[in-house]
Design a protein around this ligand. Sequence first.
Ligand code: ATP
Ligand code: MG
Length: 183
Amino acid sequence: MSKEESTATIHKRGLVMLITGNGKGKTTSAFGQALRAVGQGYRVCIIQFMKGRKYGEVLALEKYLPEVDLFQFGLDSFVMRGNPAPVDVDLARQGFAKAKEVVNSGDYDMVILDEINTAADFNLIPLEEVLEFIKNKPQDLDLILTGRYAPEPMQEMADMVSEVREIKHHYAAGIKDRAGIEY
Ligand code: ATP
Ligand code: MG
């Protein structure tokens, strides 16, 4: 199948895919999906909420897959649930404005909004606006939403919901963040 055929066939109905849960593997799963999609000729854009660090996946895209567009809206520090700093709210809203822009630009087949579930749960972005945004997405666009604590109404709107559940994590054994594993 040629690139043109594959995108045309697959994109008759875009999907909303949501990955949530308290285990490790949500963001890396979304990036894995991006890799698969790029291999099939999709134009992919990734927006990261509440993140500002040059994670391994960001470095890899810059170096090996510069055709994937990635935008970060966040600081390299934790956001406090219930008491976010004004700058965190501001950055999340900027990220959401960017998400609307790229989704409606027609420039992409797949848009990944990494940690938007958490941004909605933390009230950095009003949930109602996120729901409206999902409802109005262009029909042929695939939308991927990640982050723990995905609000129930977001899950209801999705075509696919996967929960990554922690069974165990090396953190509990005192094994700290490692380059190439955590970032
Ligand atoms: P990853 O980016 O590795 O796919 P994730 O997106 O599922 O993880 P997040 O909730 O976004 O997880 O948290 C990001 C960071 O927190 C990662 O460095 C990850 O290793 C770590 N982490 C994820 N789940 C857990 C957990 N259950 N206990 C401790 N640390 C965790
Ligand atoms: Mg994540």
